[in-house]
Write a protein that binds this ligand. Structure first.
Ligand code: ADP
Length: 158
C-alpha cells in the first residue's frame, strides 16, 4: 500500500517554512498531496488558481508531490485521495491549541486518518503567510521568506 499524506492549508502564499516541511515529508511518504483550501468564507489575498500555480512552481523539483485545490471536508478529501495521514506544521506553542482542536475534530469525523505534526527547521519557525503578506503590503523585503517565483508573483498583485 502506498503511504500518502495530505498537507492541507491556505498557502496564501506558500513560504519557505511550508517548503521545508514538504521537502522533509516527501522523504517519509510515497506521495505528499498539498491540498489548498478553497474556503469561500475566508477571503484570500491570492486566488485559488494563483496559489496552486505558485505552489506547483515552488515545488517543481520534488517528484512525489501533487498540488490540488479542495473545498470539501478535509477527511473526505483525504479518503478520496487514498491518504492515511494528515500532515500539519507546528511552529510554536501558539499553534498548538488550534492544531490540537483540529486534529481532535478530524479524528472524530474519521478515526482511520491520523494527524501527524512536523516542526520546521529553526530558521523557518517565525515565517507565516500572514506576516509575509503584511511585510509585502508595507513595502518590506520578503526575499528571505518565500522563493523568488513567489516573490515575483506577489509583487504583481500590489
Ligand atoms: P491554515 O490557514 O490552514 O493554517 P497555512 O497555509 O497557514 O494554512 O498553514 C498550513 C500548515 O502549515 C499549518 O499546519 C501551519 O501551522 C503550517 N505552517 C505554516 N507556516 C509554517 C512554517 N513556517 N513552518 C512550519 N509549518 C508551518
Amino acid at each position: 500500500m502506498k503511504k500518502i499524506a495530505i498537507y492541507p492549508g491556505s498557502f496564501d502564499p506558500i513560504t519557505n517554512g511550508h517548503i521545508d516541511l514538504i521537502r522533509r515529508a516527501s522523504k517519509l511518504f510515497d506521495q505528499v498531496i498539498i491540498g489548498i483550501t478553497q474556503n469561500s468564507n475566508k477571503t484570500s489575498f491570492l486566488s485559488i488558481e494563483d496559489r496552486i500555480q505558485a505552489t506547483s512552481t515552488a515545488l517543481s523539483d520534488i517528484d512525489n508531490i501533487k498540488v490540488l485545490g479542495f473545498d470539501t471536508l478535509l477527511v473526505d478529501f483525504a479518503t478520496e485521495q487514498n491518504a492515511q495521514v494528515i500532515l500539519r506544521g507546528l511552529r510554536a506553542v501558539s499553534d498548538f491549541e488550534y492544531e490540537f482542536q483540529l486534529s481532535g475534530m478530524n479524528k472524530h469525523l474519521n478515526p482511520n486518518i491520523e494527524t501527524l505534526f512536523m516542526t520546521p527547521a529553526e530558521q523557518y519557525a517565525n515565517i507565516s503567510s500572514s506576516l509575509v503578506r503584511e511585510i509585502l503590503l508595507l513595502g518590506g523585503d520578503i526575499s528571505a521568506f518565500v522563493p523568488q517565483s513567489v516573490e515575483k508573483l506577489l509583487k504583481t498583485k500590489l
